[in-house]
Design a binder for this molecule. Sequence first.
Ligand code: FEO
Length: 165
Amino acid sequence: MISDKIRDILNEQINKEFYSAYLYLSMSAYFSEIGLYGFSHWAKVQSKEEIEHGMILFEYILGRKSQVHFAQISTPKFEMNSPLEVFEQIYNHERSITEAIDCVAHMTEGECDLATRNFIDWYLEEQIEEEDVVSRIISKLKTFGGEKSALYLIDRELATRESST
Ligand code: FEO
């Protein structure tokens, strides 16, 4: 069993993960509309990963004999100015998710819930990886993205992303 405080913050995290899935899927649609099909594919794969992140939390809460509570998922919002600006918004979004996961970890320590503290370690590692991957794409876009031929090559590279689900 987990405490009510831990149950509530894990449920909030499910909502954030599903919101992330919505956000990436809407970005995937935007990239497809402007002909960047590799970017679109990358964002679609990321959307599926976010659903998986939400589902791992879902199973964990049920496995600890606690309750899942779904809340409304907000409409995804982002500025559709350029691939670089979209990825900068992705980076900021992932930073906010990292902060949320940090808060979960902090709360588990306050509640002396070492099992959930251990469980949440995977998310902390995942956030480090996600921020790193996104910041590398931003660096490439800043360095080469002004050239259409380079943007085309980055698009082809992102098209090779494999789905982990
Ligand atoms: Fe599930 Fe992108 O963090």
